[in-house]
Design a protein around this ligand. Structure first.
Ligand code: C2E
Ligand code: MG
Ligand code: MG
Ligand code: MG
Length: 294
């Protein structure tokens, strides 16, 4: 009986594995089709200066509206796109769509002149040696200055293939493209390697920001990361700011920029443009007073 139970368990197990494999394959095919038939779009999450009153840029985030399953989150389709290689066309599409949108905003309002768009890159894109050419071609196509673009990469993206990654980074930076280290502190931290990386901005992972108030040790970590970034001449963006208390702490720690649901969720293109149109006119002054007023 034990044997039979074991066999049954094995059967259930293999059936589930098969199911998962079939599901993944289906989704992969759906993604391939969806990319061609316009099921993807880009949402733009504002990155605010620490006063919370000015947009300095937008992070472009891929969105997929599946015809049967509705919205599928990036946490589901990005890993699948990376496994299947679809991240190459998807990533390139996000890059073009983001730059096209920024160029369009600039024809509509002067207030889009000095904002940048941040695009996430996967390590699979970095392995392709022509990444630098692809990026420069996209910028040229929309007649955008390279400084309009920020590329977000993680520490692990670089560490997977450091020589080629750093070569591409340097090449693009020489042209004026800027780089952020995304989700800093999430993976294994390479504080010592950080100073060798030719980047401009450090994005502190959301996990640290959310635990800042409840866990004093965590506050110390955020403080140390910001101090380190400043000593390396990097700007800091805090990700996932949801509460005014977090903002106050970040102001004290002299963090430059903030991004999170407390300010704005990722927005559809037209709402992002509306936000840009409203720029200026807001009160400046002391950031802390502005928090109190908000
Ligand atoms: P990420 O690059 O770290 O992007 C920030 C994520 O945090 C976004 O999730 C955003 O919606 C979310 N977020 C921002 N503020 C808050 C907040 O206050 N609270 C909470 N709970 N979440 C917040 P999203 O859009 O689901 O994307 C998840 C991840 O998927 C991204 O993390 C990025 O790694 C990846 N991703 C999204 N679009 C692309 C893309 O076009 N290419 C690549 N390679 N990866 C992408
Ligand atoms: Mg990002
Ligand atoms: Mg991030
Ligand atoms: Mg994150």
């Amino acid at each position: 009986r034990a044997k039979e139970a074991g066999r049954n368990r094995f059967k259930v197990f293999t059936e589930r594995m098969l199911e998962t494999a079939v599901d993944q394959l289906t989704l992969e095919n759906d993604m391939r089709r969806g990319l061609e038939s316009g099921e993807f779009h880009v949402a733009f999450q504002p990155i605010m200066d620490i006063s919370g009153h000015d947009v300095i840029g937008f992070e472009a985030l891929a969105r997929w509206d599946h015809p049967d399953r509705g919205a599928i989150p990036p946490s589901e389709f990005i890993p699948l796109a990376e496994e299947s290689g679809l991240i190459i066309p998807l990533g390139e599409w996000v890059l073009y769509e983001s730059l096209r949108t920024l160029a369009d905003w600039r024809t509509r309002t002067d207030k889009a002149k000095d904002v940048s768009v941040s695009v996430n890159l996967s390590s699979k894109q970095f392995i392709r040696s022509e990444l630098d050419k692809i990026v420069l071609r996209a910028l040229a196509e929309f007649d955008l200055d390279p400084s309009s673009l920020k590329l977000e990469i993680t520490e692990s993206t670089i560490m997977e293939n450091p020589e080629s990654a750093i070569r591409i980074l340097k090449r693009l930076r020489k042209e004026g493209v800027r780089f952020s280290i995304d989700d800093f502190g999430k993976g294994y931290s390479s504080l010592s390697q950080l100073q060798q990386l030719p980047v401009d901005t450090l994005k502190v992972d959301r996990a640290f920001i959310s635990r800042m108030k409840t866990d004093p040790e965590n506050m110390e970590i955020v403080k140390a990361v910001i101090a380190l970034a400043h000593s390396l001449d990097l700007d800091v963006v805090a990700e996932g700011v949801e509460e005014p208390g977090q903002l106050c702490s970040l102001i004290d720690l002299e963090c430059e920029c903030v991004q999170g649901f407390y300010f704005h969720r990722p927005l559809p293109t037209d709402e992002a443009l509306q936000l840009l149109m409203l720029r200026g006119g807001g009160s400046d002054g002391d950031a802390r007073e502005n928090v109190a007023r908000a």
